[in-house]
Design a protein around this ligand. Structure first.
Ligand SMILES: [Zn+2]
Length: 247
């Protein structure tokens, strides 16, 4: 009798595992600050909601929400492989001794998707299968560039701030990008300091300076400081963007 019960139990378990586990690429949602992942529509997602795959959520240490009961990832049901292979370790342009943004190798960078837009020089990204030291969702402050203020609570919107913010949104939002790093991995707010490269191999940080959407931000040393200074001088010379009303 016990044996039959056991067999039945096994059959139900197998059926359960086959029918109900979340596929690794099932979409679940996390928040900017929480430790749980959720189904769409959960009340915990009222403030922020970032789509991730179930596999990414679990590998990043998120737990299923006990309220909305999202799918549970069952290892060994064919889903244990990485979503997309990320290179080992972080690609740092200073230790790679690069001198120009064009020398960087996309293949060594961390792949990410821009999922949120904050300002001209700051975006939010999702990193599938993040390497050590990075989270699944990160806020990125771009290195070497400072765009005019648009979201500071105590300061007015600065000249060309809206244009810079829109430029970044149009070029990066919902796009696949590649991240390279430099001396410091994070700023004092915990934001990731990175160079954002687009699929055409262009360094977006440099594009902002070149097109006059931002100043070269040279208060802190960075590997491409000479290039960025030159790009700024050229933008000023040609009165591009924020330099257009300067005599
Ligand atoms: Zn929930």
């Amino acid at each position: 009798m016990n044996r039959i019960r056991f067999m039945l139990g096994m059959v139900f378990m197998l059926v359960g595992v086959l029918l109900f586990p979340g596929a690794e690429d099932a979409t679940v949602y996390v928040t900017n600050s929480g430790q749980k992942y959720h189904n769409d529509g959960c009340s915990s997602l009222a403030r922020s909601k970032i789509a991730v795959t179930l596999g990414d959520a679990v590998r990043s240490g998120y737990e299923p929400c006990s309220v909305c009961k999202p799918p549970v990832f069952v290892a060994g049901t064919g889903g244990a492989t990485p979503v997309s292979a990320q290179p080992e370790g972080l690609y740092r342009v200073n230790t790679a001794h690069l001198t120009k943004t064009t020398e960087a190798a996309l293949s060594r960078m961390v792949k990410a998707e821009v999922v949120g837009h904050v300002d001209g020089d700051t975006v939010r990204v999702r990193i599938p299968n993040p390497p050590k030291d990075l989270g699944t969702v990160e806020t990125i402050r771009m290195i070497g560039v400072d765009t005019p203020e648009t979201v500071h609570p105590k300061r007015p919107v600065e000249y060309f701030g809206i244009e810079a913010s829109n430029f970044t949104k149009e070029r990066l939002l919902n796009r696949q990008v590649y991240l390279a790093f430099d001396w410091d991995l994070r700023d004092r707010y915990g934001r990731l300091l990175a160079y954002i490269y687009t699929e055409d191999g262009q360094c977006f940080n440099a594009s902002l300076v070149r097109e006059g959407y931002g100043h070269a931000y040279i208060s802190y040393a960075f590997q491409f400081i000479e290039e960025f200074k030159n790009l700024e001088a050229d933008a000023k010379n040609k009165k591009r963007g924020l330099w257009s009303n300067i005599e």
